[in-house]
Design a protein around this ligand. Structure first.
Ligand code: NAG
Ligand code: NAG
Ligand code: NAG
Length: 940
């Protein structure tokens, strides 16, 4: 017997098969590689388009022509912050940023004059709070044109203009809105002219000054208006809170809040300054970048500090806050990283796209029962997992490498800015998780179509959900972090989060002109990459383990219990002998009713089992299979107490009507289902515990051909040959011989894909597969079905040759086939053997009659009866119609010669139109046995 193939031989066989398979699936491969390529090219083109758009003047640092025309050449142009608007200024190079007076953020009150801006305060010590607050508002406007910044600083300036995200340009000075100087009481004589309003509020008085000066290189000609500032005491900070809350314009749209600030002096006194500042950041909204109003908070802090200083040191003390100024910056042209903006969504799809590919491939092998077919021909779980997993991993790695390479070559910042090692680790962990997940989910699908549709819906839905829902959770800083991590347990979201972080890093890197994500960035608080990596890694390990576990437990033929990994801890079962003897007692009752031949077989099996080593190839002892009753139907006995021994060199044929239990029996023997009770030994190995060992020396030709549509006949045989440890020239020769003997060699049949084979060709290939590699035990489920007579003859020859040194169990519906191939036959009815023996014995036992037919004119019917009576008195007329009569003659009573003689005599006496004598066929036996079996069954 050939040695079973090693782990590496099996791995090699499977790998080669997979590579061939992949080579055949050109379309899938091309589509797979093209998708990221097309996507990258699309993003690249979109990027170009957007860059082009941003190349327009409105997005570039503002310039004007010195000669007062709209078009001029570069030498006549001056550019810079002064000539730019809010948007353009972002693009300018600003080596020395302008200095702007710090302003208070004011909110427009009702349009009366002078406008009133309110400040609320509270303190532990009321009088202290009052004194300090009274220091806050200056009583007069002080303007000194010689030092404009200092004089502006000693006033309390504020603006209602919406603040910008930076201080390169102060909108208060560039917009049309007035600047307010807040005073404790605006002087009456500041009236310059009564304003005219569309609402007709002519009685309102407007206080304003208008003075031109130059600030930060800008020539400012602003209106300065006086505003009354009042400070109001509140008993507690919660009171202030309530008032701010109720005054919020959303609560009282008509009562717009003019409170610009509030202070709580807490426990402050002459020695200690401890203060809480309320500020308003109403302008914080999505369209602005960041918490813009914060730019105007420093003035409030300065205001209160200055007031405290005056309390301590007297009214002459001043702590001037002259200007705010941004850091200098280089030119930063406008750029939107489209790959980073859309990357999260698009790239999620790109990476997820692999999932359906892996899943479908796994489900295909499951749906076509190819996995079990490979297993039955000796492919161990170890090599299967290693190669299949490694194979998909390699495929995914190549795919991801292509993807990252395309992106990098096209210069998408998403790829080029982030550290490649982080990208590699991230993608690597994710694709591993994805493959494990496919393995796990493959156990739950049985049809490729369902799996494909579900997987693609999953891919699409995950992408959309991530892009349009999950992303908002990530961006919302108030959303609990724990929930985000919880959502990231879903691998699709984890993937999205990782890609999102890459995109964020690439965007900020490209805006600021620095690198994207680096390893040390993982420790940043807002960076979710670390958690994602940890989650995905942990899930990978867990999912892989669970997938392997489910595969081991639920895959037919694995022979493992759900607690297989606890095997070492379980109690040993009762000793084998005891269990056997108990069963024996039970079975004796039944034995009485059994046919002698079946009983004899049972005795033989019992004898065999007592021997120390079982030398028969196949021994079944009391094998039983019961399918539990469902939906109110009674339990179905598929196989009842079957005992059978098949020695080497025998071909045992199983006959029986449909549903008799033949296929259930074979399924048990090849490990697809487990026997309900009883035992069976193949080559001395128990089918319940050592199926793995049995598979290395077993061949199966299943009833339905289990073939890969895209592999050729030769490739099938090469694969299974390698699994059976054939190598090199031996393998080639075995394959050639096998192809030739089964008529698959000529006309290029061997190199045609199995999907294009006719039914007969598939059948022959299946038989060839079951015989390759010299298996000791072969099961053939209706091998000759659907073959033309010539091919069938050739198939029979092959089987006849093959059975010489192995045991074959064969089921068939063709009596001719059974007679031609089988050394012994068993007829199966309702799950139990009705008879067993070689074809001749059976015919003798169950036939035992000749059928004698004679046709004469109806006048001579009586004469014919007389002749038959003379031959034997035990004859039995079974058919009679207008001169044609049929009789059954017991074989022991008549000799063929005497029948001939009697016919000769008859022919002389009257006209015999036709006559015939037929021996019983196997078919007669079959029908008889089947009928008896059914009768017995209905009786019992
Ligand atoms: C409250 O503040 C006033 C003014 O500074 C001070 O004179 C007085 O002693 C303070 N009262 C207490 C209880 O500290
Ligand atoms: C604040 O406290 C004072 C004295 O305790 C009290 O007279 C006044 O009504 C309080 N003000 C408010 C608004 O509760
Ligand atoms: C400032 O005030 C808060 C609230 O009253 C208090 O908890 C804190 O100890 C104070 N800090 C100092 C330095 O006094």
């Amino acid at each position: 017997m050939a040695t079973p193939s090693s782990f590496w031989t099996q791995a090699n066989a499977l790998l080669r098969k997979n590579l061939t398979f992949q080579k055949r699936n050109k379309k899938t491969n091309i589509r797979l590689i093209l998708f990221p390529f097309i996507l990258c090219v699309f993003l690249f083109l979109l990027q170009r388009l957007i860059d082009n758009q941003f190349d327009k003047p409105q997005f570039k640092c503002g310039c004007v022509c010195t000669n007062d025309t709209t078009s001029c050449n570069d030498s006549e142009k001056v550019c810079g912050v002064e000539y730019s608007d809010q948007i353009q200024v972002l693009a300018c190079a600003i080596p020395s940023p302008p200095e702007w007076p710090p302003l208070l953020q004011l909110r427009a009150g009702k349009a009366w004059y002078p406008p009133v801006y309110t400040m609320l305060f509270t303190a532990d010590n009321h009088s202290f709070g009052q004194i300090v607050s009274d220091n806050m508002f200056p009583s007069a406007l002080t303007m000194d044109y010689s030092d404009i910044m200092a004089s502006l600083a000693s006033n309390l300036l504020g603006s209602e203009a919406k603040p910008a995200s930076n201080n390169f340009l102060e909108p208060a000075f560039t917009s049309d809105l007035p600047i307010y100087y807040v005073q404790s009481k605006c002087p009456q004589d500041d009236l310059i002219f009564p304003p005219v309003y569309s609402t007709g509020e002519t009685d309102a008085q407007q206080y304003m000054e208008k003075f031109p000066f130059t600030i930060a290189g800008f020539h400012v000609d602003k209106e300065f208006r006086c505003a009354d500032g009042i400070n109001l005491w509140r008993n507690s900070s919660s009171e202030i809170n309530n008032e701010l809350y109720e005054g919020h314009e959303r609560n009282y749209p008509e009562r717009v809040n003019t409170i610009f600030s509030a202070f709580d002096f807490l426990n402050s006194n002459g020695n200690e300054f401890n203060v809480t500042v309320w500020y308003k950041s109403t302008y914080k909204d999505v369209t602005n970048f960041g918490p813009t109003a914060l730019l105007r908070i420093p003035r409030s802090v300065n205001l209160i500090s200055n007031a405290y200083l005056q309390y301590l040191r007297g009214p002459g003390t001043k702590m001037l806050f002259e200007f705010v100024k941004e850091m200098p910056k280089s030119e930063t042209p406008f750029r939107i990283e489209i790959a980073s903006l859309l990357g999260g969504l698009f790239f999620t799809w790109v990476v997820l796209q692999l999932f359906p590919v892996v899943l479908t491939s796994l489900v295909y092998e499951k749906q076509q029962k190819l996995r079990i077919m490979m297993k039955m021909h000796g492919l161990g779980d170890g090599p299967y997992w290693m190669i299949t997993y490694g194979y998909f991993l390699a495929l995914s790695v190549i795919y991801m490498l292509c993807f990252v390479t395309f992106g990098s070559v096209l210069g998408l910042k998403f790829f080029t800015l982030n550290d490649y090692s982080i990208q590699f680790v991230f993608y690597f962990i994710y694709i591993n998780l994805q493959i494990s997940l496919a393995f796990l989910l493959a156990s739950f699908f049985s049809s490729v179509k369902t799996a494909t549709v579900t997987a693609y819906i999953g891919v699409f839905g995950t992408g959309l959900l991530s892009g349009f829902l999950f992303q908002f959770f990530i961006q919302d800083s108030s959303f609990p972090r724990g929930w985000i991590i919880f959502m990231e347990l879903y691998p699709g979201f984890a993937l999205y989060r990782g890609l999102y972080e890459f995109a964020q890093s690439a965007t900020s890197g490209s805006n600021v002109g620095t690198d994207g994500m680096r390893w040390h960035d993982l420790n940043d608080n807002g960076n979710g990459m670390k958690e994602v990596l940890i989650i995905m890694f942990a899930e990978w390990i867990i999912v892989l383990f669970v997938a392997y576990y489910i595969d081991q437990v639920f895959l037919p033929g694995s022979g493992k219990s759900p607690l297989f990994f606890l095997k070492g801890f379980q109690k040993k079962p009762l000793s084998l002998c005891k269990t056997l003897s108990i069963q024996r007692q039970g079975s004796k009752v039944l034995v009485q009713m059994e046919k002698p031949d079946v009983f004899q077989e049972r005795e033989k099996v019992e004898q065999l089992l007592l021997e120390p080593a079982i030398d028969h190839a196949i021994v079944c002892d009391n094998l039983k299979k019961i399918y539990p009753g469902r939906d109110g139907n009674p339990a179905k006995f598929a196989v009842r107490e079957l005992s059978l021994a098949v020695p080497r060199g025998e071909c045992f044929g199983m006959l029986g009507p449909n549903g008799a239990g033949k296929t259930s029996f074979i399924s048990m023997m090849i490990g697809l289902t487990k026997p309900t009770s009883g035992a069976a030994y193949v080559q001395g190995l128990d089918i319940k515990t050592h199926m793995g060992g049995i598979y290395t020396s077993m061949g199966v030709c299943p009833q339905h051909d289990l073939l890969w549509e895209s592999l050729t006949g030769r490739e099938h045989l090469l694969f299974y040959g390698r699994l059976k440890n054939l190598k090199g020239p031996v393998l080639t020769q075995a394959v050639e011989e096998s192809l030739k003997s089964l008529n698959l060699f000529h006309g290029g049949v061997a190199d045609k894909q199995a999907g294009k084979y006719s039914g007969g060709m598939k059948r022959r290939l299946s038989v060839a597969i079951s015989l390759i590699g010299d298996p000791r035990v072969v099961y053939m489920d209706e091998p000759g079905t659907g073959l033309d007579p010539a091919t069938r003859k050739c198939l029979w020859n092959v089987i006849r040759l093959a059975k010489q040194d192995r045991a074959i169990i064969l089921t068939t519906h063709s009596m001719e086939e059974a007679e031609a191939l089988c050394d012994r036959l068993g007829i199966f009815v309702n799950g139990s053997l009705q008879c067993i023996g070689n074809p001749k014995e059976l015919k003798a036992r169950y036939g035992g009659i000749y059928v004698f037919t004679m046709t004469t004119s109806s006048d001579h019917e009586k004469d014919v009866e007389n002749i038959v009576q003379q031959l034997t008195p035990n004859a039995n007329k079974i058919y009679h119609l207008s001169g044609t009569q049929k009789f059954e003659l017991p074989k022991e009573d008549v000799k063929i010669a005497s029948v001939f003689r009697a016919v000769e005599v008859a022919k002389r006496n009257f006209t015999v139109f036709a006559w015939g004598l037929a021996d019983t066929t196997l078919e007669d036996v079959f029908i008889k046995v089947a009928r008896e079996g059914h009768a017995f069954d209905t009786l019992s």
